[in-house]
Write a protein that binds this ligand. Structure first.
Ligand code: J9Q
Length: 249
């Protein structure tokens, strides 16, 4: 069972998301429990303030340290005492990828902190956050949608969540290539036909066709993915003896 606690100033954003899709299934199957918490529950002032103007001046607001650290420590424990991980969704974070999702899916407790764009008081990060994660290089106004992205990505990796456990295997096997084109019925639509090989029954030919189209589309759109997989394969292979290294040049 993975417990995820979310700390946010917009708890209402999460309700429909948590009921739908893998996340809903995972919760029904007791593989996952997501609890969403309103940061204002940890404020102590009359106005329930969660942000204030930045020291040094400038535009926007900064999230205050006291309510955030109180919330994190109540839900996750102090940094010394905790078993799980506290993740701040932030454009300054390490870019999220599938291998990080896999590692997070192996935890038992995650606390996700949704910051706002202008940022959180650095002392929250220094005192109470274990890691910062970004979902990409674009400007959003808060970490809520990045948190949902992380939850969705983790939920579908939990053992027994998927109706069809093969599809996770398949995707991780194909992890370094984009998918080629897919088709379903009808065989012809507005003059466009399904490639003949796909209904040939020749499984080897179908596999070859898919591999070729996947490689082609990855080359065109995401050559960086192919370069990364070459690097991984080189890293996984033992270093050849010096003589062979010479011959390869
Ligand atoms: C909190 N832009 O952006 C990309 N990954 C996370 C974020 C983000 C943001 C603003 C606030 C997170």
């Amino acid at each position: 069972m993975l417990q995820i606690d979310v700390i946010t100033i917009f708890p209402g954003l999460f309700a429909p998301f948590l009921e739908a899709s893998f996340v809903g299934i995972a919760q029904k199957n007791q593989q996952l429990r997501v609890a969403v918490h309103d940061l204002r529950d940890w404020t102590t002032d009359r106005h329930r303030s969660v942000d204030d103007s930045p020291y040094g001046g400038g535009p926007g607001m900064v999230m205050k340290a006291e309510p955030l650290v109180a919330a994190i420590e109540e839900l996750a424990g102090s940094r010394e005492a905790r078993t799980g991980r506290v993740v701040l969704l932030s454009p300054r974070g390490r870019p999220l990828d599938q291998s990080r999702l896999g590692a997070l899916a192996g935890e038992t407790h995650l606390t996700l902190v949704c910051g706002r764009y202008e940022g959180v008081d650095q002392r929250v990060i220094d005192l109470a956050v274990d890691e910062e994660i970004s979902i990409g290089d674009y400007v959003l106004s808060g970490g809520e949608i990045p948190a949902m992205v992380l939850i969705e990505g983790v939920a579908r990796l939990l053992p027994g969540v998927l109706g069809n456990p093969e599809s996770v295997q398949q995707e991780s096997f194909q992890g370094d290539l984009l998918e080629g084109p897919q088709y379903t019925r009808p065989p012809e639509f507005r003059g466009l036909s399904v490639p003949k090989v796909l209904s040939s029954g020749d499984h080897a030919a179908i596999a070859r066709f898919r591999q070729e189209r996947a490689t082609e589309i990855t080359n065109q759109r995401r050559p960086d993915l192919l370069a990364a997989s070459h690097d991984e394969k080189r890293a996984a292979r033992p270093e050849p003896p010096a003589k062979e290294r010479e011959e390869q040049r």
